[in-house]
Design a protein around this ligand. Structure first.
Ligand code: NAG
Ligand code: NAG
Ligand code: NAG
Ligand code: NAG
Length: 483
């Protein structure tokens, strides 16, 4: 009798223990990254995927369905959210044939053995953004309905979830508990969330405390981070110590208001840039991202959702994207936890095995040479050259608050020349600038201000090496003539 009881106790204990393990497992937030590709120096997908694997990153969010990127993710074990750009929403909303063929080409064809683990399709990207003035708004739900039918026809509806990443500007309130969707979005959000709910999809939101700080000089700096604040926000019985939790709970309140208090939430984008603005620097980015990761992995949750952290968060972003539009600000090209060439910008533990970030391996660079302003030339007529160079190449580190802002007038010219020269893959004609440019083999970087060298195309590098020899000879000749 006693023996039986003992064994039953052991079994019950074991079951509780397994239960705790399972619950513990399922409530731990997944840490993923956004992988955007709007870059002048695009790291080959065949190098990015090993970078993801070396860093044990198991979830990646894409902004489109680039076949090169998707093929490179095949058999990687990495879970993928593919994206549909906003400009495809009109056709997908009006044509079920277009929707069927999108699913066939960009989802089904990858779901073979050894294929890509597509789990989510992001339908549009922040389509309700206030600055779009509603231009994509009406297409979102009809596109979702068409795509859901296409998934059902392809027998994928149980496995692949449709989501709509929303900017946090879809809701507003001064206090989290008063959160509500923007009045003109209430109806559409109710339809959207009802759709998500009936399909078991999470609500995906992008939250950016950096932008709150950047857009408002009165925003208390320490409230953007996770180290405690002298500006805690008191909301009835609840107290908020960081902007992230405050924003998250504003969404929870907005969802409750339309009847979906329990809606699971995924953070589609969150991060901190490292350059191009005051407050965008390595120290701040590291503090924010590490604070965020530790916070969500602590499973503390928020006052309105205690013990329930977001399902997943996708850091914004994996790599710097030097060709992005700078309409939002010069910081827009500097969100990466890695620089454009896959090198870790700062020490960060993603919480996936407690290790620091590892760099991309075997990155092939162009030869170590730079284009600068010829010191012997009068640079008074250089403004147009700078404008043209910086129009296509990235010069955002020169801006106020940027890492290269203090390198002087001549430094500015050299920086612009070099950015253009590297963009043109060091083509010799691209360092001419009516005779004002010259190639150097001495790294012109000053302090924190880094003059980059481009990365080589993924093909052969032998041309580069021959080229380099010719340049070394030409340089020696130039030095001996000039002095
Ligand atoms: C190299 O880049 C080309 C396109 O520029 C692509 O077709 C090819 O797959 C890439 N090779 C590798 C090994 O990534
Ligand atoms: C698949 O996705 C790509 C990249 O986003 C897009 O260009 C293409 O049109 C899509 N295919 C279909 C059939 O819509
Ligand atoms: C980095 O940014 C943070 C705030 O975002 C600011 O407090 C700090 O002074 C900045 N550090 C430097 C060295 O500019
Ligand atoms: C260099 O360029 C930046 C960006 O245009 C500007 O803010 C800065 O004042 C310039 N420096 C000099 C010395 O002209």
């Amino acid at each position: 009798m006693r023996g039986m009881l003992g064994r039953e106790l052991v079994i019950v204990n074991l079951m509780i223990w397994i239960g705790v393990l399972l619950i513990g497992e399922s409530s731990s937030t997944g840490i993923g990254v956004n992988w955007g590709t709007i870059s002048n120096h695009r790291l080959s997908p065949s190098m990015v995927v090993p970078l993801l694997k070396d860093n044990r990153i198991q979830k990646v969010k894409l902004f489109d369905a680039d076949p090169l990127v998707l093929r490179s993710l095949a058999a990687s074990g990495i879970q993928v959210m593919v994206g549909i750009p906003n400009d495809m929403l009109p056709v997908l909303s009006s044509s079920s044939a277009a929707s069927d063929s999108w699913v066939r080409q960009n989802v089904s064809s990858y779901l073979i053995k050894g294929g890509v683990e597509i789990r989510y399709v992001a339908v549009g990207n922040e389509p309700f953004l206030a600055s779009y003035s509603g231009q994509f708004q009406e297409y979102v739900v009809p596109a979702l309905l068409n795509l859901q039918q296409s998934l059902i026809k392809a027998n994928l509806a149980n496995f692949i979830k449709l989501v709509v990443p929303c900017n946090a500007d879809a809701y507003e309130s001064s206090l989290p508990s008063q959160g509500a969707f923007r009045p003109e979005l209430t109806q559409i959000m109710t339809q959207l969330v009802s759709f998500l709910n009936s399909n078991g999809s999470p609500f995906v939101v992008n939250i950016y405390p950096f932008l709150s700080l950047y857009g408002n000089s009165d925003f208390p700096q320490d409230y953007a981070f996770f180290d405690g604040t002298s500006h805690a926000v008191t909301d009835g019985p609840n107290v908020y110590f960081n902007a992230f939790d405050g924003n998250f709970d504003t969404l929870v309140a907005a969802l409750s208001k339309i009847g979906y208090e329990q809606m699971p939430i995924v953070i589609g984008e969150v991060g901190w840039p490292t350059d191009g603005a005051l407050g965008a620097n390595l120290t701040a980015a590291r503090a924010f991202n590490q604070g965020l990761i530790n916070h969500v992995l602590s499973n503390k949750g928020t006052p309105l959702r205690p013990g329930v952290p977001p399902l997943d968060i996708y850091l914004f972003s994996l790599l710097d994207e030097g060709a992005k539009s700078i309409l939002p600000g010069n910081f827009e090209r500097h969100w990466g936890i890695f620089s454009f060439d896959g090198q870790a910008k700062y020490a960060l533990k993603l919480g996936l095995g407690n290790r620091l970030l590892k760099n991309a391996r075997e990155v092939e660079y162009l030869p170590s040479r730079w284009c600068i302003a010829d010191p012997s030339r009068d640079l008074s007529g250089v403004a147009d050259h700078i404008r043209l160079a910086c129009n296509v190449a990235d010069c955002t580190t020169l801006s106020y608050g940027g890492s290269c802002n203090a390198i002087g007038a001549k430094g500015n010219v050299s920086y612009a020349f070099n950015s253009y020269y590297q963009l043109r893959k060091q083509d010799s004609k691209s360092c001419d600038f009516d005779g004002l440019g010259m190639v150097t083999f001495l790294d012109p970087s000053v302090g924190e201000c880094r003059f980059l060298v481009g990365i080589a195309d993924n093909g052969s590098t032998s041309v580069g090496r021959y080229d380099q020899l010719v340049f070394v000879l030409a340089f020696i000749l130039w030095v001996s003539i000039s002095f």
